[in-house]
Design a protein around this ligand. Structure first.
Ligand code: GLC
Ligand code: GLC
Length: 826
């Protein structure tokens, strides 16, 4: 069953009931100020870093699940019709006569009606601003005047979300606010080392306000029944310690049919250190710098302009790749939601969702490098900056910190270290960037290691070290040592953890001179071939070359790739599929010899993507094995048979009950690797079939089973060994977004950037007779019309009326802004 519907025209998902199986959320903000918002206005906001600069509180894993948000209460003050309710349904859960939530590109709008009072609240963050707007429109649809009270409510977080949730002996004493001219300023710790504060403002004259939670709610009440809302009277409380909140009270008289807009803004502001108080000797916030921003966005026409700018911004971004195919689920994911999700994963990495607390993880090295693959065409300048930030956290050994905090941009080992696949992903990110943009200058950028001044080297040198890192760490079979784990965080072959609660990610490991990963071997071949391609281009530049680094030849990388390939054939091929690893006892994993974990998805995908066995039928054999052993109607599971018990020598993978997460769940990130592989083998029907099995839009009709949002990918769908096979979890922040985007846009639809121009090599379902792709690339708009004439995958291209050799559209002459391409598939 469905809980809503897609409105493709408006690029929105429309939720028709507040009681979705799980909170279905959206994200606000695009660069520094961010928020998460559910379909019932739950969620929270932060500046840059969900852990270190949290603006509002949220209570994870609560009952009900979605507790804490951007709440508005309405109260009918007429004694004859007196009642109060939440126009977003939560937190009062008063039954509404009508409810609708529209999640769109960077905004969420919730509309409802009760007893003839309609309310619509549009939430968004204006481009370039560190604030969010709640624009409330009230309409009196009664034939009588209405006398209403509106209460806003948020709970401030004391900045460090971890500390805020744990350190009460201090925190109950430090909360401070100021309330001036109806604006509530949250300034905890501003008196000492913080130069930033939050503010919560309202466009209307206030009938009252509150800043102390207990005074607003009442000591023994929850957000579902605040005392102040019940009585209709704010306490005008000023908090001293305890729990600072922000609540405005506005009284509204509406004639029959009358409409009124009320604007709230919640924002973050920084002052310069030496000008933070006004007067300078006081402890009062200097508000001169923030007041112009506040007064600007309290004006309805400015809000409208800002919303329009956001809309146009997203139209422009999405316009970079648009497609019209016979499949509506493909169209809507490519044109709208998958592109949108790649932006969200680019911004958030794995830090803040309804499954990631924002406290646990910062920006992951391997996560962010892969996220770039799906994002780079949207805003290449931001991809460039991200690449340089990530590379600056790389270690001199070529290895990488597993993550960094976005606020400080410094790498750390908080979530573990020594994942031996990490650095190789950097190669894929950088080459994808150069293919997209033609910006070779990035390779010259001087980037430090571990952010240490004096250690700078050209980015190209970082890539060399990434490759060398693997070569320096080969095991007994000549395969790469796995380290703490490879892409599969839970394959912990050096961990041997038998202590309850110990973290598989951070606990001290064995030295790890034995356990090897076939996955890293495949990834190495892929990355080394990419390096070879890059160097070949650099060599080709000959005289014209203007790089400031010494170049290893493409030959060098091809040789290393070939050597690794032959090692894989020797020790990593099981006869019908690729093996997964060798453990600390040098026993094989992912082989017919194993009782459990006989076949894993990751090496099949990565090795075939790297080109292994594509020519000689072995890749096809591996794909057949995937279809036979791993594929289910809900997607492809990670491995089979699932581990039925905990294996000390395998680690976290066997800690999960069978069918969940890495233990044979459908770990969606890996599925597009199989789609790409099938496309490489020319199997368009198969590739698109796999694509559709996990396509959230195609799963909309089974939302009661799937349970997560039908407009974005989730990390995992429970596998066939699980009681809840088909149920999704961990929505939004997953490499699934980028990789599916790559699989469908570059490999199935087949329009992909190369160093020399756009390549067109579709491998689509045989039933597709026609489709069209519009792609912006290096400032040129390519309108590509594709028609199937035969049943194969051979293409013939006609570029602006002239047929060309090969399938790469040559870069157009300067000043040409649009190119028309006709493609026939034979
Ligand atoms: C999570 C991690 C990712 C890892 C994957 C498989 O999604 O963010 O880095 O590769 O799990 O374990
Ligand atoms: C757990 C998860 C895995 C994730 C890791 C991140 O191991 O199973 O998916 O990548 O935590 O730290």
């Amino acid at each position: 069953m469905r809980y809503g519907h897609f409105d493709d025209q408006n690029r929105e998902y429309v939720i028709e009931t507040p009681e979705t199986p799980l909170p279905w959320i959206n994200y606000l903000g695009s660069e520094s100020y961010f928020g998460l918002i559910s379909n019932t206005a739950g969620g929270y906001s932060f500046y840059k870093d969900a852990r270190l600069r949290r603006l509002t509180r949220y209570r994870y894993n609560n009952a009900p699940l979605d507790t804490g948000g951007r709440y508005i209460y309405l109260r009918d003050n007429d004694p004859n019709s007196a009642r109060s309710w939440s126009p977003t349904w939560m937190p009062t859960r008063t039954p509404l006569d009508f409810y609708e939530c529209r999640h769109g590109m960077g905004y969420t709008s919730i509309r409802s009606r009760l007893a003839g009072i309609e309310s619509q609240t549009r939430y968004f963050v204006p481009l370039g601003e560190n604030l969010e707007i709640w624009e409330l429109t009230l309409t009196n649809q009664r034939d009588q005047p209405a006398s209403l009270s509106v209460f806003s409510a948020i709970e401030f977080n004391l900045w460090d979300a971890m500390d805020d949730a744990t350190n009460f002996q201090r925190n109950y004493s430090i909360g401070q606010v100021e309330v001036v001219d109806g604006v509530i300023y949250h300034k905890t710790e501003y008196r000492e080392r913080r130069d930033h504060f939050a503010y919560f403002a309202c466009s209307e004259k206030l009938a009252g306000f509150d800043t102390q939670r207990d005074d607003f709610l009442g000591s023994y009440r929850g957000w579902d029944s605040p005392k102040v809302v019940e009585s209709g009277q704010s306490a005008d409380s000023i908090t001293h310690g305890w729990q600072p909140i922000g609540s405005h009270h506005v009284k509204v008289q509406l004639k029959a049919g009358e409409q009124k807009k009320i604007i709230f803004i919640l924002g973050y502001h920084e002052n310069s250190k030496d000008d933070k108080f006004d007067p300078p000797e006081s402890q009062t916030i200097n508000k001169r710098t923030v007041l112009p921003v506040i007064s600007k966005y309290l004006l309805a026409d400015q809000v409208e302009k800002a919303f329009e700018a956001l809309r146009v911004h997203w139209l422009g971004l999405l316009d970079k790749y648009q497609v019209v195919t016979p499949d509506e689920h493909t169209n809507r994911m490519v044109n709208i939601w998958n592109a949108y999700q790649t932006m969200i994963t680019f911004n958030m990495s794995r830090s803040a969702s309804y499954f990631e607390s924002g406290i646990g993880r910062g920006m992951g090295f391997r996560d962010s490098t892969q996220d770039l693959l799906g994002f780079v065409h949207l805003i290449p300048e931001r991809a460039r900056e991200r690449i340089l930030d990530l590379a600056a956290t790389q270690l001199e050994t070529g290895g990488a910190y597993h993550q960094y905090q976005p606020l400080t941009k410094r790498g750390n080992n908080d979530v573990g270290s020594g994942f031996n696949d990490d650095p190789l992903w950097l190669v894929l990110a950088v080459t994808a960037y150069v293919k997209e943009t033609g910006d070779w200058s990035i390779l010259n950028e001087q980037v430090p290691y571990d952010n240490k001044p004096g250690s700078e080297e050209a980015l190209h040198g970082h890539l060399q070290r990434s490759i060398q890192y693997t070569l320096d760490r080969l095991g007994p079979h000549g395969l790469p040592l796995i380290g703490r784990a490879d892409w599969n965080d839970c394959l912990n072959l050096n961990c041997f953890s038998d202590t309850p609660g110990q973290s598989f990610q951070t606990t001290t490991n064995k030295e790890g001179k034995v356990a090897e990963s076939v996955f890293i071997a495949g990834l190495f071949v892929l990355a080394a071939k990419e390096m070879a391609g890059l160097c070949e281009k650099l060599e080709g530049k000959g005289e014209k070359q203007d790089h400031n680094f010494s170049l290893l030849t493409s030959h060098f990388y091809l040789e290393k790739a070939a050597k690794m390939e032959s090692t894989i054939w020797q020790h990593g091929w099981d006869g019908d599929w690729f093996r997964r690893a060798y453990d600390d006892f040098s026993h094989v994993l992912g082989s017919k010899e194993n009782d459990e974990g006989k076949i894993f998805i990751e090496p099949q995908g990565i090795c075939v993507m790297a080109g292994l066995g594509v020519e000689d039928g072995r890749a096809q054999k591996a794909m057949n094995s995937v279809a036979e052993h791993l594929a289910t109607p809900h997607g492809i599971v990670l491995q089979q048979p699932a581990f039925s018990k905990y294996y000390l020598h395998l680690g976290e993978i066997s800690s999960y009950p069978p069918g969940y997460k890495e233990n044979a769940g459908i770990f969606c990130h890996t599925n597009p690797w199989i789609m790409v592989s099938e496309a490489k083998l020319g199997n368009g029907d198969k590739a698109h079939d796999y694509y559709s099995r996990i396509n959230p839009s195609a799963r909309e009709e089974i939302s009661d089973l799937h349970r997560c949002e039908p407009y974005i990918y989730a990390q995992m769908i429970a596998g066939k060994d699980a009681a809840t096979h088909g149920e999704a979890k961990n929505s939004w922040l997953t490499g699934t977004a980028a990789w599916n985007y790559v699989a469908i846009s570059q490999w199935i639809l087949g329009v992909r950037p190369t160093y020399d121009g756009l390549q067109v090599a579709p491998v689509v379902p045989s039933a597709w007779k026609n489709f069209e792709v519009t792609r912006s690339y290096r400032g040129v708009r390519y309108v590509i019309q594709i028609e199937r004439k035969g049943m194969g995958n051979e293409v013939q291209l006609e570029v602006d009326g002239k047929s060309i050799n090969g399938n790469i559209i040559p870069l157009p002459v300067e000043n040409k802004k649009e190119v028309h391409v006709r493609v026939t598939i034979n």
